[in-house]
Design a protein around this ligand. Structure first.
Ligand code: GDP
Length: 749
């Protein structure tokens, strides 16, 4: 028997006072979790919510938890007391960074809501979350339509073939615009929106929706201050005495049926044979089944309307999640076949708890996860014991003994697991799965058998910003290292390295905010007041033309003489820097010499000749390597590095800088000021669009010029602008800019 609840609720140490208020009742409600002791996999929905910042993701999540019965008070993002944003700095900043998972039940379904962060600095977290969920809800501000960050996340969802449902939130705003939002989904997301509801009343008078599938009018009370929206009235349209609304609905339903028939052949056939033109007679269940097929095939996206803040339209959204989004077994994965009934799970989130140590969130793809068993981590090639198994409920956890495929689990005791690792029951089970994969010819060349049976990790892009980090005293250095180790296990996009020259610790991150948050967390969670050095841009180096060089290294160490001569050619090449051997050289060199040559080349690629940044877009052709007997591989590497340095210097060094794509939404009166400021930042305007009373400015701007942009923009526009920044590309710097940078780095400016 799974899902046995062996203990009541455990409290997670980070929980804050305001959260206690919400959860003091939880032990009673644990009963309702017990009511679905072993959820049938077809009743599980692993979903995420994606949205642009401020579209209402947090508010909508809160309402879902409230209507499903898991919270008894409505949280308010504006007061900073919501369930999902439970980390202190998230509340302060009003943004969601942690992908925490929340489990709740809705009408006999188990919904695991995986929180996806909205800020572009955290797209990696979004990407990781998207890999473990089966469906997504895209929340839009109905007055703004599709905004930049949604576009980014949507593209990622597309990449992972995640079926989506859209929720047009904020229908209570005077500027809310249904047709504009539908058009924007069509144009910007290149998606096919299928409207399932007609909003009733505009702006402040928005009171509910007509469900086009069931032909029912759903209305909520208008005095939302006293009303939590839990109760709403469903009335058949035939009883509604508003001819205009009835006509509007009739037309919209006809359009819906025609659209569904266009997208789904089975439905088209049914329509033709059984109903002809009599659209009124089409049963809602047939429409629903067709819409489910359409959504799963990503041929269209159901669109619903509502206002989370005003407590309207959230219950139908929950219905839509269960009706249209897939169950885990509807998203087949090779791994399920390879592991059969053996356990295979992905660690998609690691959090550090002061009392319990690391808490690892797992998505189970196959088999059963049992508490107090040993688990094998394929990525680390290590076996460790998981002590306890919990159901994640925001920052509350219910202990259970085992959990089946399709579910999201929270484990205690896995000390080595890093975000992105694949967990199985034993080494033997991984080997058996590898054999099965091999039989099917699915083992990818060059990756070995093991890697094919792990869940492919999320690609971690190189960080764009870095800075030094120092503890207040040397005595705290060990604590700082521990904190940074923990944070890196939680967040693989954070990189930490030691500067070999200065011995300082360097923090590398995906953006200014990312580094700021890490700094905050070290202070709050680990009690260490660290000092950050100035934020620096991670440049790249490349070359302008080809050049060849030769070098000889002749060194006697002790009794031994090492002599090696290298000839090579460097050329501008693909993005990724590579090493190749000329035919003559390839034939004569031993494997150990080749390896030493490659090591020498790669160490130079890591630290270019201009300013020590990684070298990109260079291919090196090794023309000859001659060694005298007794020469060590380390000397060969050293000679290759030195020779490459020579060649790269001759080849005209060029610095490349990260260039961001910037989107600023601003009131028209401030547009001129924002443009003027952008010109001073070496920005290039790509487009200026109108969105209601606002202007949307699309531009490219070098990352180096974006430091402190949020504060400056707020000052320039009296807080009337929002912006998003995303890494676009690396571009060669102009000679003038490059010279300024080189002089500044050398301390000459
Ligand atoms: P998130 O950044 O996407 O998580 O958005 P939040 O849920 O934090 O909401 C952002 C802001 O929009 C807050 O001030 C909310 O009160 C407000 N908001 C959320 N939903 C609605 C809505 O339906 N109507 C209106 N008018 N405001 C809303």
């Amino acid at each position: 028997m799974f899902w046995e609840i062996s203990r009541a609720v455990l409290q997670y140490s980070r929980r804050s006072c305001c959260l206690k208020r919400h959860y003091s009742f939880l032990p009673d409600d644990v009963k309702s979790l017990r009511s679905v002791v072993n959820p049938d996999v077809s009743k599980i929905r692993n979903i995420g919510i994606m949205a642009h910042i401020d579209a209402g993701k947090t508010t909508t999540t809160e309402r879902m938890l409230y209507y499903s019965g898991y919270t008894r008070a409505l949280g308010d993002v504006d007061d900073g007391d919501t369930v999902t944003d439970f980390m202190a700095q998230e509340r302060e900043r009003g943004i969601t960074i942690q992908s925490a998972a929340v489990t709740f039940d809705w009408k006999g379904h188990r919904i695991n809501l995986i929180d996806t962060p909205g800020h572009v600095d955290f797209t990696l977290e979004v990407e990781r979350a998207l890999r473990v969920l089966d469906g997504a809800v895209a929340v839009f501000d109905a007055s703004a339509g599709v905004e930049a960050q949604t576009l980014t996340v949507w593209r990622q969802a597309e990449k992972h073939h995640v079926p989506c449902v859209c929720f047009l939130n904020k229908m209570d705003k005077p500027a809310a615009n249904l047709s504009f939002s539908m058009e924007s989904i069509r144009q910007k997301l290149k998606a096919n929106p299928v409207l399932l509801q007609i909003p009733i009343g505009r702006g402040k008078n928005f009171s509910g929706v007509v469900d086009l599938l069931t032909n029912q009018r759903l209305t909520w009370k208008m005095n939302e201050r006293e009303d939590d929206g839990r109760v709403f009235v469903a009335k058949p349209l035939s009883d509604v005495k508003e001819p205009e609304l009835v006509e509007e609905v009739r037309q919209a339903r006809t359009a819906l049926i025609e659209q569904v028939a266009d997208l789904d052949d089975d439905f088209a056939e049914l329509l033709l044979t059984d109903f002809g033109d009599n659209f009124d007679a089409v049963p809602s269940i047939k429409l629903q089944e067709a819409l489910r097929r359409i959504t799963l095939a990503r041929k269209g996206v159901p669109v619903l309307c509502g206002s989370s803040l005003r407590n309207k339209g959230v219950q139908p959204l929950l219905d839509a999640i269960t009706a249209f989004l897939p169950a885990p077994d509807e998203r087949p994965h090779d791994l399920v076949r390879w592991y059969k009934d053996d356990l295979c799970a992905l660690a998609f989130k690691v959090l550090h708890d002061k009392q319990r140590g690391p808490l690892v969130f797992l998505r189970i793809y196959s088999g059963t996860l049992k508490a107090q068993t040993a688990l094998h981590n394929i990525n680390r090639n290590s076996t460790e014991r998981m002590s306890r198994l919990l159901v994640p409920f925001a920052d509350q956890h219910v202990e259970i003994t085992s959990m089946t495929a399709g579910n999201i689990a929270l484990t205690v005791g896995l000390k080595q697991t890093v975000t992105g690792d694949t967990i199985v029951s034993s080494k033997a089970s991984a080997a058996a799965a590898a054999r099965q994969a091999h039989k099917e010819g699915k083992t990818s060349k060059g990756h070995g058998q093991q890697t094919s049976v792990v869940l492919s990790g999320v690609e971690v892009p190189d960080p764009v910003f870095f800075c030094t980090i120092e503890p207040p005293t040397m005595a705290k250095q060990a604590d700082l290292e521990n904190a940074l180790n923990n944070l890196q296990r939680e967040d693989p996009s954070l990189k930490v390295r030691l500067d070999p020259d200065s011995g300082q610790t360097i923090l590398c991150g995906m953006g200014e905010l990312h580094i700021e948050i890490i700094h905050d967390r070290i202070q709050r969670e680990y009690g260490i007041e660290t000092h950050l050095g100035p934020l620096q841009v991670a440049y790249r180096e490349t070359i302008l033309h080809e050049a060849s060089a030769s070098d000889t290294l002749d060194r006697t160490i002790g009794e031994r003489r090492h002599v090696v001569t290298v000839e090579l050619l460097v050329q501008p090449g693909e993005d990724l820097s590579q090493v190749a051997f000329a035919e003559e050289a390839a034939g004569t060199l031993s494997d150990s010499v080749k390896e030493a040559v490659e090591n020498g080349a790669h160490s130079l690629y890591l630290q270019g000749p201009l300013l020590g940044y990684p070298v990109q877009g260079v291919s090196t052709l090794i023309q000859s390597v001659n060694t005298e007997p007794g020469t060590s591989p380390a000397m060969v590497s050293a000679c290759v590095s030195r020779c490459m340095l020579k060649a790269l210097r001759l080849a005209g060094g060029q610095l490349m800088e990260p260039v961001m794509s910037l989107e600023v939404t601003v009131e028209e009166e401030y547009l001129g000021t924002v443009l003027g400021d952008l010109a001073q930042r070496r920005g290039t305007v790509r487009d200026i669009q109108s969105r209601h009373d606002n202007k949307v400015l699309l531009a490219s701007v070098p990352l180096a010029e974006t430091r402190g942009y949020s504060t400056i923009l707020r000052t320039l526009t009296s807080g009337k602008a929002t912006f998003s920044l995303e890494l676009d590309t690396y571009e060669a710097m102009s000679t003038q800019d490059q010279n300024v940078l080189l002089k500044r780095t050398a301390g000459l400016l």
